[in-house]
Design a protein around this ligand. Structure first.
Ligand SMILES: *Cc1c(COP(=O)(O)O)cnc(C)c1O
Length: 357
């Protein structure tokens, strides 16, 4: 029997989205970013579907180890690098590429066993003020890295703060700063996340780093993946487990928050914040049942939501309920919840089984 709630992931959509990225950034190599359990889509599954990527990017060491344990042989980039000599040794053994963004990480490489030299991605902070050497530290870091036997190749990387705002002057400033440093050095470069792939073609560099776009989701507020030629890769679908008639004046759910202004029919769907739905989803947010949109009634609880299906006479116990997917963009749901689609996707919890089709 199918579980009540599940995340259906489309291999064809994932592959199609990778092809779409290659179309938008022709001739560039693609580091498919699959951190955070591939944005909730399942780390190993997604890596297997995206075997055409030139590299995978992850944030945590454990994610990279899990990929190798699963037999994935594609280059893997540790986007935050390593933090101990033990990790560096294991990274060499498992052939991970390392990002170097701190002097401590340079020192680890300086003391490394050189049997397996690394592809290193030197990260420069062009204005984000999160990770990377500051502009005035860059030259020194590059010189030190260049002299090391433990380093096989150096690539330059930076990250944008505002690429999801089309035409943001900040992106242009960051590109100009990065280009000043990279100019004339014959080193491969990487600047663009999903947003910059679509909004800043002059920042494609040798390597692009899409995450969200691979899952078929738009990084720009007010847009959807479909509008960018992408196909949503996940459908989060559950089931109606109860139906009740609620008389006028009675309330539904915790806090007695939602009150029936007419004789209402409420479908209880097995999906709650224990599955990753956000409690900040307000009443009225759309849920698709039997292919039609109905409004959320009352608060999201841990395991369930109520949906006002007064106008859906055909709905019964067992009817399928789509929380997001091709028929209801996760971008729309995120906007209703006052957040970004990244957060919704990453929040899909361990108890939601993922099926790939
Ligand atoms: C997460 C991440 C990406 C991917 O970002 P998207 O907006 O999902 O495309 C790219 N580069 C770095 C350094 C990241 O941390």
């Amino acid at each position: 029997m199918n579980s009540l709630i599940r995340a259906e992931v489309s291999a064809a959509a994932l592959r199609g989205n990778l092809a779409r990225v290659r179309e938008v950034a022709p001739g560039r190599r693609v580091m498919a970013v699959i951190k955070a359990n591939a944005y909730g889509h399942g780390l190993i599954t997604v890596a297997q579907c995206l075997d055409g990527a030139d590299a995978f990017g992850v944030a945590r060491f454990e994610e990279a180890v899990a990929l190798r344990d699963a037999g994935i042989r594609t280059p893997i980039v540790l986007l935050e690098g390593v933090f101990t000599a033990e990790q560096l040794a294991l990274a060499a053994q498992l052939r991970f590429d390392v990002v170097v963004h701190e002097t401590e990480q340079l020192e680890l490489l300086e003391h490394a066993d050189t049997a397996q030299p690394f592809v290193t991605w030197l990260k420069v902070d062009t204005g984000m003020n999160r990770l990377g050497f500051r502009m005035d530290q860059f030259e020194g870091a590059l010189t030190r890295l260049s002299s090391l036997n433990a380093v096989q190749e150096i690539r330059l990387v930076t990250h944008f703060a505002c690429a999801d705002e089309r035409g943001s002057p900040m992106t242009g400033e960051q590109i100009a700063r990065f280009n000043r440093l990279a100019h004339g050095r014959q080193l491969a470069t990487s600047l663009a996340n999903s947003a910059a792939i679509f909004s800043a073609p002059d920042a494609h560099g040798e390597w692009v780093r899409p995450g969200l776009a691979l899952y078929g989701v738009a990084p720009f507020a007010g847009e959807t993946g479909a509008g960018l030629g992408l196909a949503p890769a996940m459908r989060l679908v559950s089931t109606v487990i109860s139906l009740r008639e609620v008389p006028v004046g009675e309330t539904v759910g915790y806090g007695a928050h939602w009150r029936a202004t007419r004789k209402s029919r409420i479908a209880i769907v097995a999906a709650g914040y224990g599955d990753g739905l956000l409690r900040s989803l307000p009443p009225g947010s759309p849920v698709i049942i039997n292919g039609r949109a109905f409004p959320l009634a009352g608060r999201v609880s841990m395991d369930m939501i109520g949906v006002d299906v007064t106008d859906g006479v055909e709905i019964g116990i067992g009817s399928p309920a789509v929380l997001w997917g091709p028929e209801l963009p996760v971008e729309t749901v995120a906007q209703a919840a006052g957040t970004i689609p990244y957060e919704l996707l990453c929040a899909v919890s361990q108890r939601v089984p993922i099926s790939v089709g």
